[in-house]
Design a protein around this ligand. Structure first.
Ligand code: NAP
Length: 251
């Protein structure tokens, strides 16, 4: 580990879009904290892959649905790297297909706790470390929203879509709140991306089913989202804050 390397924390970094972001960030020279919820094997395999390629990473367990876990997660990054330059609020969940009139309170609370409150609390911890108001050196946050925030996901998961709409507004507000404190905050709205999230919601064939409805007639890849994340984190995006970039193949 080199002290002058920038440090990036990716929540839900062990698989899918998060893992692609970790890989690309390590290649770009970041030291990377790979957060995961339960799949330790996937997180450890990714860290081993990054290290084998000459990069610097470590795996850290923590449920972003738990404030205690989030505080412990950031403290683990402090101990390991001693600095924090960037956060990607990527961890997120969908639930099984349901109409709003079928949704339980437990489902709604889980959705909002992980997708919305988790992102808020992680950003809180990041701002405390990065903002010049708190003696920090500045930094960048990228929130992973979804094209669902525009389309609403009727008959599928309106709760998820609404949680991502909250992320859009959170991005705008926080960006303006810390704009003079050296911290940029942006978001990405991925469209349908080929990852395991669809199977986790009981729809393993979702990418295939939606393919023909997409302007490019194909789903996106996790790598295609990760490239956009890396751009928004980079100094090349130094005048970009409060932006929400669609990475959705035109939909
Ligand atoms: P994925 O393949 O299902 O991977 C999810 C990742 O998040 C895993 O690393 C998982 O950890 C972690 N995770 C889940 N719940 C967590 C929690 N409570 N605390 C910490 N980590 C947690 O998902 P993905 O498709 O890459 O999605 C990543 C983000 O992109 C999400 O915010 C999702 O809403 C958004 N998105 C995805 C799509 C898409 O089509 N794929 C489209 C738009 C937006 P474990 O490995 O331990 O399970």
């Amino acid at each position: 580990m080199s002290a002058d390397k920038k440090v990036l924390l990716v929540t839900g970094g062990s698989r899918g879009i998060g893992a692609a972001t970790c890989r690309l960030a390590a290649k770009a020279g970041y030291s990377v904290a790979v957060n995961y919820a339960s799949n330790e094997a996937a997180a450890k395999a990714l860290v081993a892959e990054i290290e084998a390629a000459g990069g610097d990473a470590f795996a850290v367990k923590g449920d972003v649905g738990s404030e205690a876990d989030i505080v412990a997660l950031f403290e683990a990054v402090d101990r390991r790297f001693g600095r924090l330059d960037a956060l990607v609020n990527n961890a997120g969940v969908v639930d099984v297909k349901a109409r709003v009139d079928e949704m339980s309170l437990a489902r709604l609370e889980r959705m909002m706790r992980i997708n919305v409150i988790g992102s808020f609390l992680c950003a809180r911890e990041a701002v405390k470390r990065m903002s010049s108001k708190h003696g920090g050196q500045g930094g960048a946050i990228v929130n992973i929203s979804s094209a669902a925030s525009i389309h609403g996901s009727p008959g599928e998961y309106v709760d998820y879509a609404a949680s991502k709409a909250a992320i859009d507004t959170f991005t705008l507000g926080l960006a303006r709140e810390v704009a003079t404190e050296g911290v940029r905050v942006n978001a990405i709205r991925p469209g349908i991306i080929d990852t395991e999230i669809h199977a986790s919601a009981g729809q393993p064939d979702r990418v295939e089913r939606f393919r023909d409805m997409l302007p490019m007639k194909r789903a996106g890849t996790a790598d295609e989202v990760a490239h956009a994340v890396l751009y928004l984190l980079s100094d090349e995006a130094s005048y970009t804050t409060g932006a929400i970039l669609n990475v959705s193949g035109g939909r």
